[in-house]
Write a protein that binds this ligand. Structure first.
Ligand code: MRU
Length: 359
């Protein structure tokens, strides 16, 4: 599946990542050679995005097992990697999957088996995202744009950079663009880490028309009829359909509902946490206040607030299921308002996504 760019590259048994802390200003690969380096890459957001940190967690475990593979070392590595970022369930999911796969094996066989499992996770992720893209395209084709071109809005970065390929929210946009659909994407900046700039960089690379907006401009654009649908990714979807995603997603969902717009969430099934009852049980990562006190740009980092200025930096928020029009997974399109995942309900998408039917 080489028809999508990817933020990771394998050369034999070596792993290289694109350092996302330098993008969009510089494109630089970094080699990850130890479990500790993989954990650091996840914690510092050199790699980010739920499916990607799951994949790097899996490779990180394989790298750690190359150093030491006895039972105690295995559990230590799982704990260290799992502690890096708490909200995206894909990390815990991938570590659980690889750990369960290698635990019964003799220590000498564990590292290679973990590496193979990590490769399988990547292959499955790209296939899932491609399918999500196809289903998203169907949703797009079922709505009537307000103007000659379809205007979509997205938040954060849920493109190929955030996955092992294709992206989740952006997969359908790439397929629609390739199919000749005239579309334009509003890209919200996504303070404080500015993942919207990564989205703009991706879209520019693919030739998809787009405009970056300040996060606070989103509601007004929706009110003015400049948006036909909002699509985001997810870091964890609870069993009741509540969605954790990058902070600011909830406000967009509220504004979309008030403007009668579809609000779509695109995520692979590895992001669905069937053991989590609802959004209130999802841990919200509180990141370092320096992310707010310093602004990153092409010239480096500039201080806008003193070290002692009190700040709060929750990295994610919860969008309740009733604000989500459709959850697009590789298994199909789920209507979270109907409850999930038990007895997964496949929405009548053309009806649900007609803005007339939302209020
Ligand atoms: O803090 P980040 O950049 O890792 O957060 C990423 C997001 O919130 C994405 O929207 C989400 O992981 C979906 S990525 C396909």
């Amino acid at each position: 599946m080489n028809d999508t760019p990817s933020p990771l590259r394998l050369d034999g048994d070596r792993l290289f990542i694109l350092d996302q802390t330098l993008l969009p200003f510089a494109k630089q690969e970094v080699a990850l050679e130890t479990g500790a380096q993989a954990a650091r890459a996840i914690a510092t957001m050199q790699v980010r995005g739920a499916p990607l940190i799951g994949a790097i967690g899996a490779f990180g475990l394989a790298l750690a097992l190359r150093e030491a593979a006895d039972d105690a070392a295995l559990e230590r590595a799982v704990r260290a990697l799992g502690a890096t970022r708490p909200t995206a369930v894909n990390l815990a999911w991938a570590l659980h999957r690889v750990g369960t796969h290698v635990r019964p094996l003799p220590p000498a066989a564990r590292a290679a088996a973990a590496w193979r499992e990590a490769l399988a996770i990547c292959d499955e992720d790209r296939a899932a995202n491609r399918r999500i893209g196809e289903l998203t395209l169907q949703l797009m084709q079922a709505i009537t744009p307000r103007s000659d071109r379809m205007n979509l809005m997205t938040h954060c970065n849920a493109g190929w950079l955030a996955t092992t390929g294709w992206g989740t929210a952006l997969a359908g946009i790439y397929l629609a663009h390739a199919a000749g659909i005239d579309l334009h994407v509003w890209v919200s900046e996504t303070r404080p880490r500015n993942q919207g700039l990564l989205t703009a960089w991706e879209l520019a690379g693919a030739g998809v028309p787009h405009t970056v907006i300040a996060d606070n401009a989103a509601g007004q654009l929706m009110r003015e009829g400049e948006v036909d649908a909002v699509i985001i990714g997810a870091d964890r979807v609870a069993a009741n359909g509540d969605v954790a995603n990058k902070v600011g997603s909830y406000l967009k969902a509220l504004a979309a509902r008030d403007s009668g717009l579809p609000f779509w969430v695109a995520a692979p099934w590895s992001t669905v946490d069937e053991g989590c009852a609802g959004g209130a049980s999802i841990p919200i990562e509180a990141r370092d206040g320096e992310e707010l006190r310093l602004v990153r740009g092409a010239a480096g980092r500039v201080r806008q607030l003193g070290r002692d200025s009190p700040v709060a930096n929750p990295a994610f928020d919860i969008t309740p299921a009733h604000l989500v029009t459709a959850l697009i997974t590789e298994r199909g399109i789920v209507d979270p308002a109907q409850g999930m995942p038990e007895g997964v309900h496949f929405a009548n998408t053309s009806e649900r996504n007609d803005p007339q039917n939302l209020k």
